[in-house]
Design a protein around this ligand. Structure first.
Ligand code: PLP
Length: 276
């Protein structure tokens, strides 16, 4: 991606997400990705997790009005070329984010919004720790997904949102259709968690265009924050003016490199690493 000249204001993007005290995923992964993609990252903190490489032991939610106020403060002064959501934790936070974004022109560009929104529908950590209250799923599906320029679920999140268990390219296509029916402009169904496949095959579609993005499966036990990194890199490329397919192509290459250089950390799973 292009970089700005020293002293020149770079492209900006906003992440609305949760903090990972272990520094592997969430806001910390987003900010690292943005910095390395030549983007000034702004943050609306939605929740704080007590987390290390072994798991999540606590969640502290930020009051919804404070989440909304962070978004407004940033967008009305600094302005951003793209935004992304990660862990939003509760229905009231999702409702506040959706209302604030809609009012500020952040969202589904096919419905007239100006600033593209990448929705990473975070529901649980790789250890299975919940990052979304069970009663917030409806708000995520019915309020946030329709606002998405692109939604980027992994296969567990696809199952939660659509009820479809993706096992092959046919069920993957069916799941993408369902997400578009829910109102997203583009759906990216990531195949990375389909452990039986030798390749990681992702499907990106808006109902008219259809792109298959294939990469070899990187063998690593350290992939914490991989989903966040992919969504953040997509937001960076969108902020730089890429089309959605161009942004996802860039982000997929970026996350593959990050998986190749993932490192062990603590007693559990280490993070994907943008340090290569
Ligand atoms: N913690 C936070 C704050 C996150 O936003 C996420 C993912 O989006 C995770 C943890 C989970 O990351 P992983 O599924 O890679 O463990």
């Amino acid at each position: 991606l292009p970089v700005s000249k020293p002293g020149e204001t770079p492209v900006r993007a906003l992440t609305i997400a949760g903090s990972d005290s272990g520094g592997g995923a969430g806001i910390q992964a987003d900010m690292r990705t943005m910095a390395l993609c030549g983007v000034h990252g702004c943050v609306a903190v939605a929740a704080i997790t007590v987390q290390n490489s072994v798991g999540v032991t606590g969640v502290h939610e930020i009051p919804p009005e404070t989440v909304a106020a962070q978004i407004r403060s940033v967008v009305t002064d600094i302005s951003v070329g793209a935004a992304k959501t990660g862990m939003l934790s509760s229905a009231p936070i999702i409702e506040a984010v959706v209302a604030e974004c809609a009012d500020l022109g952040i969202g589904n560009t096919s419905k007239g919004q100006e600033i593209p929104l990448v929705v990473d529908p975070v529901a649980a950590s790789m250890h299975g720790d919940p990052l979304l209250r069970s009663d917030a799923l409806e708000a995520l599906r019915d309020l946030l997904i329709p606002q998405a320029t692109i939604v980027t679920p992994n296969l567990d999140e696809v199952r939660l949102l659509t009820g479809i268990n993706v096992v092959d390219s046919e069920t993957q296509a069916h799941a993408a259709e369902k997400l578009l029916e829910l109102g997203a402009e583009w759906a990216l169904i990531k195949g990375g968690h389909l452990r039986s496949s030798a390749e990681s095959r992702d499907l990106l579609t808006n109902g008219t265009e259809r792109h298959e993005l294939t990469s070899y499966r990187v063998q690593t036990g350290h992939d914490h924050g991989g989903g966040d990194t992919l969504a953040a890199a997509t937001a960076c490329a969108l902020a730089h003016g890429y089309s959605v397919p161009g942004a996802v192509t860039f982000a997929k290459r970026w996350v593959t490199k990050c998986l190749e250089s993932a490192y062990p950390l603590g007693a559990g799973h280490g993070p994907v690493s943008p340090l290569w």
